[in-house]
Design a protein. Structure first.
Lengths: 113, 114
């Protein structure tokens, strides 16, 4: 049972435009969400997170939006740069701190120069 | 430098042998995790530990075992009972409290059964 889903396996975006990556979840107990970026043969690196008490969080070119009623979150990258080409994972947990951290299947983002 | 270290980076195992993957962190994190990545499958949780001497099964624990005798160490043993062990294995750690809720990952170990 996949509790965190990323339905788009891949996405291509032109350099300078906005990249929007989507994530859906089914467990209403999730209250903290994270986005990670991963290059091949490396560990994921943390990008940005959001608590369920917020609906938006920004950090530079990255913004995460959370729609709790729809159980949906999205990551916006603007403007997109060639270095953003990677696999992006969303993750969710049900408490601050040490709860089980569940990941989605990932979306491969390719930025076209 | 604080961080999380996995070793070795590449590991080859003969069928029927057990093998242990190392994960060490000096971030003083309470929680540690093991994930497995296969193409198109994302990161699947094998085991996690919230505190020393305690751990819980994740979604795909069969054929794996772990121990947490020290806060900084969380080794994973891939046993001969694991039917398809060839994969990329990732270890992570995470602290407590609202200011420490991101997980930090190691660089991974690629295990190949030959």
């Amino acid at each position: 049972d996949q509790q965190v889903k990323q339905n788009s396996p891949s996405l291509s975006v032109q350099e300078g435009r906005i990249s929007i990556l989507n994530c859906d979840y089914t467990n209403s107990m999730f209250d903290y969400f994270l986005w990670y970026k991963k290059y091949p043969a490396e560990g994921p690196t943390f990008l940005i997170s959001i608590s369920s008490i917020k609906d938006k969080n920004e950090d530079g070119r990255f913004t995460v939006f959370l729609n709790k009623s729809a159980k949906h979150l999205s990551l916006h990258i603007v403007p997109s740069q060639p270095g953003d080409s990677a696999v992006y994972f969303c993750a969710a947990s049900s408490n601050f701190g040490n709860e089980k951290l569940t990941f989605g299947t990932g979306t491969r983002l390719t930025i076209i120069p | 430098d604080g961080g999380i270290t996995q070793s070795p980076k590449y590991l080859f195992r003969k069928e029927g042998q057990n093998v242990t993957l190392s994960c060490e962190q000096n971030l003083n994190h309470d929680a540690m995790y093991w994930y497995r990545q296969d193409p198109g499958q994302g990161l699947r949780l094998i085991y996690y530990s919230q505190i020393v001497n305690d751990f819980q099964k994740g979604d795909i624990a069969e054929g794996y075992s772990v121990s947490r005798e020290k806060k900084e160490s969380f080794p994973l043993t891939v046993t001969s009972a694991q039917k398809n062990p060839t994969a990329f294995y990732l270890c992570a750690s995470r602290g407590r409290g609202p200011s420490n809720t991101e997980a930090f990952f190691g660089q991974g170990t690629r295990l190949t059964v030959v």
